[in-house]
Design a protein. Structure first.
Length: 137
């Protein structure tokens, strides 16, 4: 389940940014763990500064993903009907060993909607890791 680094939407740029951060922090690129910036594919209209904002403000989700390699995580953020009363956001995560996780909101304020799907995904990942951990029946 590799990250799709060649698709349009800033993901290739995001992966480069993650590599640059890793080099600046003295981390070998081969030792990278999954992060939002390496595994998120955005569908819909978000400006590049808004995407960078997601990477900066979703660190708490990065914490939940750090046990996985980037090839084990694929995340898709769908933004539909942006800036309208019918705006809808869906964040879908495919993480190795876990079922597909989906967080959605119809919150009309984009910033708040992004926080809602982030917080819901954190809860879903935490719950799924607990439910699907080895040795649990």
């Amino acid at each position: 389940m590799p990250c799709r680094k060649t698709q349009k939407s800033g993901l290739m740029r995001a992966s480069k940014t993650a590599r640059q951060r890793a080099v600046l922090e003295g981390v070998l690129v081969t030792d990278m763990t999954a992060t939002v910036s390496t595994c998120l594919q955005v569908h819909g209209s978000l400006r590049s500064d808004e995407i960078e904002g997601i990477y900066d403000h979703w660190g708490s989700l990065d914490t939940r993903l750090r046990r996985y390699e980037p090839t084990q995580v694929a995340m898709d953020l769908y933004v539909k009907d942006r800036d309208t009363p019918s705006q809808h956001l869906t964040l879908e995560a495919k993480i190795a060993g876990l079922p597909v996780l989906v967080a959605t909101t119809s919150e009309s304020d984009l910033g708040h909607a992004l926080n809602v799907v982030r917080d819901e995904m954190i809860r879903l990942v935490t719950d799924a890791k607990e439910t699907h951990r080895p040795g649990r029946r």
